[in-house]
Design a binder for this molecule. Structure first.
Ligand SMILES: C[S@@+](CC[C@H](N)C(=O)[O-])C[C@H]1O[C@@H](n2cnc3c(N)ncnc32)[C@H](O)[C@@H]1O
Length: 285
């Protein structure tokens, strides 16, 4: 498949189409957004921010980057690729968007796999995250993706211009996703299942919180239909204290855990781990 540049970014201020020049993206009304030296564009105006540095911190981004690069979650990336491939029909141009792409591991894995598939399809990739640190890290993975700082709430992308949205361990924004998807477009959601990381959660939480995970997805059935729902489960062993700490830091558990629980987990040299993730595909009606 051929990877082409996305042409459907829009101005976050007035929604007009953005045109790319050498150093900037510019809309018809003259709003301009510099292309950073790393190659990404920041389309998150201050009025869309709820804090000064929204999204994951640099420390979380780096922990996730190192953890994912170790390959522990490669089976998840493989399954994502299979799911996305199944929805790529022969078409001239398809746009894929990763909503909350983080440091880009899954989207880059997908891109590298798809570009090897023999087909004349033209694919464009938009990696969107509200964390500037995450996007800066993601730009190191490949230069073929349009890496964008922005929000899932109001993705700076033209209406009905995206074929497939992936949202991994992220923030499902029904309205924002519905607006940018083409009719019949798909959302592939990947979320933790009930057993996900249970051994870690047993260490860091008290009894009540252990069973608090819910995998019930709320969506408007007049806007989307659920095409399929599948679980991926496997077990692995982490035998490195640094890696266990990276895992802890990259998940929201780090902030939710008690001090004692966090300290206990930080000292672990070895951890048996259940991976349990739910893949769900929604289709825009
Ligand atoms: C748990 S991380 C998952 C990152 C990546 N999808 C992965 O699985 O490696 C959630 C990501 O969502 C981003 N995020 C949080 N709120 C967001 C929003 N409103 N719009 C876009 N991204 C957001 C965070 O910065 C973070 O990178």
């Amino acid at each position: 498949m051929n990877i082409i540049e996305a042409q459907n970014l829009t101005c976050p201020i007035d929604g007009e189409k953005l045109l790319k020049t050498d150093k900037q993206f510019v809309c018809r009304s003259g709003h301009s957004f510099d292309i950073a030296r790393q190659g990404y564009v920041n389309l998150l105006p201050v009025q869309h921010k709820r804090s000064k540095q929204p999204g994951d911190s640099k420390a979380m981004v780096q922990a996730r980057n190192r953890f994912l690069n170790s390959g522990v979650y490669e089976a998840i990336a493989d399954k994502l690729t299979q799911n996305v491939s199944a929805h790529i029909i022969n078409d001239n141009a398809l746009c894929l968007l990763d909503a909350g792409c983080g440091e880009g591991y899954y989207f880059d894995f997908l891109l590298q796999q798809l570009r090897q598939q023999p087909s004349e399809n033209n694919l464009s990739f938009i990696g969107l995250d509200i964390s500037k640190d995450a996007i800066v890290q993601a730009t190191k993975r490949n230069k073929l993706t349009s890496w964008v700082v922005g929000t899932n709430r109001q993705p700076p992308v033209a209406e009905e211009s995206v074929d497939i949205i992936i949202c991994m361990f992220g923030f499902f924004c029904e309205q924002g996703f519905h607006r940018i998807l083409k009719p019949g477009g798909k959302i592939i959601l990947v979320d933790p299942g009930a057993q996900h990381l249970k051994e870690l959660r047993e260490i860091i939480y008290d009894e009540i919180k252990k069973t608090k995970l819910s995998d019930v997805l709320q969506f408007d059935e007049e806007r989307f239909s659920l095409l399929d729902s599948e679980a991926l489960q496997f077990e692995t062993v982490l035998s490195d204290n640094e890696q266990i700490n990276q895992l802890l830091l990259m998940t929201p558990h780090f902030y939710r855990a008690s001090k004692a629980g966090r300290e206990a987990a930080c000292k672990l040299e070895w951890l048996n781990l259940t991976i349990d993730v739910a893949f769900k595909t929604l289709q825009k009606i």
